[in-house]
Design a protein around this ligand. Structure first.
Ligand code: PXG
Ligand code: PLP
Length: 445
């Protein structure tokens, strides 16, 4: 863009109209970072530089960028059937994709409801949980329990059960009847744990405290991320998820796993439920379901939950919920091609095979300046930095800008660096990520 169109703020005025999501808009527009192409492990920017992608776009491009099979499937679908209404109508690929997804899902999660994002998946799951109890005659179970530091997207249900303060405090009273169990972060006991931290299964007992307060008969569901991503990569302590499952079972409360980030191979199995051996009643996904290529999300439900709705006259709608673009043909075509691509490369279990090497590389940063914790599981890494006094998030943002200038895309949240590379990552990419980060951490000291 030419420099002759400038706004009062001293940047190109043609950047003004786009109000960017979750972005420091003014900082960005002074010095834009524009991506114009991608292939495999790399983005290309508008200056023609190759930028190594250590975050799979935004935790979504799990098979790497611009995979030919997925690209072709989208192109062919667009030319064949652009749109099909999803209410009272369908197209064949919606059934094919749901069936394929059910085959790789954790045990029993064999009913699939399509949405267009993780946020929509969360709203859908919360509504399913409340309605499920109602159709079974337990209509008093309306309360939803989330967890401190949780991220469940940005819609009102999601920020209500979510626990990231900045995402909630601006937006009023949110949903009524929501409470939160405590988070699982315990650096005093668990800092620099390699993989699953050993201490803190008892944090799950906080759910018993809320049950004692509200009574189980008022609680519909508990929603947690198996691994909390957005808040800065918190790995569940050994035994914690099992304990949550047991408490939910004891009290007839549904357990929802939000696997928007952990789904599709991130932790070493197709889903974190399988990695941790704990099966939820409902499971939300998005992102990797189409390798990030076309927006799509889904909710997986245990068959008993689906079947509970299948009562009443057969010509009546059973669940009054859905989106114009649920099971969009382009998304379904991309989803099927994505599952084929994952299968071809054995990608949904590759994070487990790469975990030890990735962990060792990450933890080699522990003695670099201001590193106060390193956390990892599968192909997820978190590096927590000591904040600059009085300027939270600044040190990590400086590291982010430095890495960008060195041709590496990372992600930061607060003062934690989060890494979630495409599952096709090779040793040479790991080495480059760690070397670039090491230099940037030293410069940010
Ligand atoms: N649940 C979880 C667990 C997520 O991680 C969502 C729901 C919402 O998905 P959508 O598709 O509506 O964005 C997410 C999304 C980050 C980051 O930097 C994480 C997400 C989104 C944007 C940034 O950690 N996760
Ligand atoms: N708002 C209005 C006025 C609508 O008519 C619709 C859908 O028909 C929506 C919102 C919801 O849009 P979507 O189904 O894409 O979520």
């Amino acid at each position: 863009m030419s420099a002759d169109v400038s706004s009062d703020a001293g940047h190109d005025a043609r950047l003004d109209a786009y109000w960017m999501p979750f972005t420091a808009n003014r900082q960005f527009k002074q010095s834009p970072r524009l991506l114009t192409g991608a292939d495999g492990m790399f983005f290309r920017d508008d200056k023609g530089r190759d930028v190594l992608d250590s975050i799979a776009g935004l935790w979504c491009v799990n098979a790497g960028h611009n995979r030919p099979r997925i690209v072709r499937a989208i192109q062919e679908q667009a030319a064949e059937l652009d749109f099909a209404p999803p209410f009272q109508m369908a197209h064949p690929k919606a059934f094919e994709l749901a069936d394929r997804l059910a085959q790789i899902a954790p045990a029993g999660l064999n009913r699939v409801f399509f949405t267009n994002s993780g946020s929509e998946s969360v709203e859908t799951a919360l509504k399913m949980a409340i309605a499920y109890h109602r159709v079974r005659g337990e209509g008093a179970r309306t309360r939803l329990i989330g967890r401190e530091r949780g991220y469940h997207g940005v819609n009102f249900g999601g920020i209500s059960v979510g626990g990231m303060v900045a995402n909630r405090k601006m937006f009023g009273h949110l949903l009524a009847g929501v409470d939160h169990i405590r988070h699982t972060h315990d650096p005093a006991r668990n800092a620099f744990s390699i993989g699953v931290p050993q201490h803190g299964a008892e944090f799950a007992d906080d759910l018993e405290r809320l049950i004692a307060l509200h009574d189980a008969s008022t609680i519909a569901a508990v929603i947690v991320e198996p691994v909390a991503g957005s808040t800065g990569v918190l790995i569940p302590p050994a035994g914690y998820l099992q304990r949550l499952r047991e408490i939910c079972d004891k009290h007839g409360i549904l357990l929802i796993f939000d696997e928007v980030i952990t789904g599709f191979g991130r932790t070493g199995q197709p889903f974190a439920a399988q990695t941790f051996g704990v099966t939820p009643d409902l499971m939300t996904v998005a992102k990797g379901i189409t390798n990030g290529c076309v927006p799509m999300g889904a909710v997986f439900a245990q068959q008993k939950i689906h079947d509970a709705f299948m009562t009443g006259p057969e010509h009546l709608i059973e669940f009054f919920h859905g989106y114009t673009y649920s099971a969009h043909p382009l998304a379904c075509a991309a989803g099927i091609a994505t599952l084929n691509t994952y299968a071809d490369g054995d990608l949904l279990t590759r994070a487990g095979r790469m975990e030890a090497e990735f962990a060792q590389a990450l933890h080699s940063l522990r003695d670099e300046p201001n590193v106060i914790d390193v956390r990892n599981i599968g192909l997820v890494g978190g590096i927590e930095l000591k904040p600059i006094p009085g300027e939270p998030a600044k040190r990590a943002f400086n590291v982010f800008l430095d890495c960008w200038n060195q041709g590496l895309l990372i992600r930061t949240t607060g003062d934690t660096i989060a890494l979630s590379p495409p599952l096709i990552i090779e040793s040479q990419h790991i080495e480059r990520i760690i070397a670039t980060l090491r230099d940037a951490l030293r410069r940010a000291a």
